[in-house]
Design a protein around this ligand. Structure first.
Ligand SMILES: *[C@@H]1O[C@H](CO)[C@@H](O)[C@H](O)[C@H]1NC(C)=O
Length: 529
């Protein structure tokens, strides 16, 4: 059979779940009339979340059920199969042994040694194990203290893996897949980010639990499980720290960095990393901090002006001024000294992590500053006329990609949009809606051409490489607009771990993986930056 009791049967590429694990137990409903007891069925939250994680993980997922499962639950599972939320629903007739033959019928004969069966039924697991399957027994709740987890991934006896919670399953698969390959060939990337972002990446196939050709496995970290036990499995930690900020103290403190408050889970993660330097972090918190601060970003972009790049165009950040209060009596003089002429775009200094970080305004008249409703401290920037054409650049390790997007119109058009021509400031949330010219949805001068100027990709690529070194980040994005009057390439925004949605999946996903491996090699000291 080639099954070695300890190491399992090679890489796990399929999971078969016992349906009875996915629903809350019915005991509480037993006294209700059968009508209300069976009126609805819903998955346990842990089961729902597990199926979501497995859905795009390149691990085939099946659910089997026995005749006792109520019709309403079967109905729900059938509906889920129709919606392709998992791969196969397998009805097991009278006897437990039928699982083997039914699965073989559905998935083909050769699957047994690569499929992990998860059930609460020890007897079933034992039998399957004897027929060459990998099995995991989910301990029923109350069967031993839940916190007494023998990590990693439960204890493996010669017959079965024991797990305490469904949530542990990705960790179990990761552990088995790591063990099945020789250690040097597999790198586990533990990742943490907000669920919507995770889903965006996962849907593109960026987070497989089954090893990529490059040997990467992606393990979703879960704050519900002990962090140390999870990180012990992890070689590389990928995190979007900016999703994990509870608050940023927007004081005028010079040490902006110290005023960020992370979620409890992220704090624990940080503490663990500080004491365990044997994990490559993409990217370390201190590297990310500057990107949270628009003033800091401006100061970094200022360095672009000293680059001697061969181009007839200049690349630079926008002119800017930090403002503590819009009522400052000498604001006008300070704007003048900073070479800022109206209109201006005004942004909060804090670039992310708080709801108001994207509340911005375009200001046309000096007298409108005093009542301006933009969170302070703020950064005032020149408004660059750029023919509504924005170039989004993405840096993935050593690679640079870009996409073109429609953006805000020229100042003159904006002024004509201002209600009743009174030139009141335009307030907007840059994540939700940019002020655009609804009458003219086309880019003002055709797509690839911002005004009179063609983008100088070599210039921007050189700048991207410079930024990568200065920021010391693995994955980041920045936006470039081309000033109509001068052809200056102006970097107007910079962000950490963007979605790079505009880059096609077949290009973006391998580049994303390669970027991770590139950083890992640097961290190992195998490669020079
Ligand atoms: C860049 O960041 C890495 C961690 O990602 C760190 O090990 C390295 O020392 C940093 N390099 C410089 C020049 O600061």
């Amino acid at each position: 059979m080639g099954m070695d009791g300890d190491s399992g049967g090679g890489l796990v590429n399929g999971i078969l779940l016992d349906a009875s694990l996915l629903f809350a137990s019915d005991h509480n409903n037993q006294n209700l009339s059968s009508a209300s007891a069976s009126a609805s069925a819903s998955l346990l939250p842990a089961a729902d979340s597990l199926l979501r994680k497995l859905r795009y993980s390149k691990i085939r997922t099946g659910i089997f059920y026995e005749p006792e499962l109520s019709a309403i639950k079967v109905c729900l599972l059938e509906e889920m199969t129709r919606l392709k939320l998992f791969d196969s629903l397998i009805a097991v007739a009278s006897s437990i042994e039928n699982v083997v033959s039914e699965v073989a019928l559905t998935w083909g004969e050769n699957i047994a040694s690569h499929t992990l069966v998860v059930s609460g039924q020890e007897e079933l697991c034992l039998k399957l194990r004897n027929s060459g399957w990998m099995t995991a027994i989910l301990r029923s709740p109350g069967h031993g203290p839940a916190n007494d987890i023998e990590f990693p991934t439960g204890s493996e006896t010669s017959s079965s893996i024991l797990i305490n919670k469904l949530e542990e399953l990705p960790l179990t698969v990761c552990h088995l897949n790591k063990k099945a390959e020789s250690k040097e060939n597999i790198l586990v990337v533990g990742y943490i980010m907000k669920p919507s972002r995770e889903e965006d990446f996962a849907k593109r196939g960026a987070f497989p639990l089954y090893p990529t050709q490059d040997g990467l496995i992606f393990l979703p970290l879960n704050y519900e499980l002990p962090i140390p036990a999870q990180l012990q499995q992890v070689d590389i930690l990928l995190h979007k720290a900016t999703d994990e900020i509870v608050d940023v103290e927007m004081s005028t403190a010079s040490e902006f960095v110290n005023t960020i408050e992370y979620t409890k889970g992220m704090q624990e993660l940080q503490r663990y990393i500080e004491h365990h330097l044997d994990c490559c972090v993409i990217d370390p918190f201190p590297n990310i901090c500057p990107v949270l601060d628009r003033l800091k970003i401006q100061q970094i972009l200022f360095g672009l002006e000293n680059l001697c790049l061969k181009s007839c165009y200049k690349i630079r950040g926008p002119r800017f001024l930090k403002v503590e209060s819009f009522k400052e009596p000498n604001l006008q003089d300070r704007l003048f000294e900073a070479k800022l002429s109206l209109p201006n775009i005004v942004k909060p200094q804090v670039a992310c992590g708080v709801a108001v970080a994207h509340s911005m305004a375009i200001v046309f008249k000096m007298e409108d500053y005093k009542d301006l409703n933009v969170p302070l401290p703020a950064v005032v920037q020149e408004y660059v006329d750029h023919s509504s054409c924005l170039f989004k650049f993405y840096v993935l390790g050593e690679k640079v990609y870009y996409a073109i997007k429609k953006s805000t119109p020229n100042a003159a058009t904006l002024m004509s949009l201002s209600e009743e021509g009174d030139l009141k400031p335009i307030l907007f949330d840059s994540l939700k809606s940019l002020p655009i010219d609804k009458k003219n949805q086309q880019l003002e001068d055709g797509v690839n051409n911002a005004g009179n100027h063609q983008i100088d990709l070599e210039l921007v690529t050189d700048a991207a490489n410079w930024l990568r070194n200065v920021l010391n980040l693995t994955i980041f994005g920045f936006d470039v607009v081309i000033q109509e009057a001068t052809g200056d390439h102006v970097v107007v925004d910079l962000n950490y771990l963007p979605s790079f949605k505009e880059v096609p999946d077949d290009v973006a996903v391998p580049a994303f993986w390669e970027a991770i491996k590139w950083r890992f090699r640097l961290w190992k000291g195998v490669e020079k930056a």
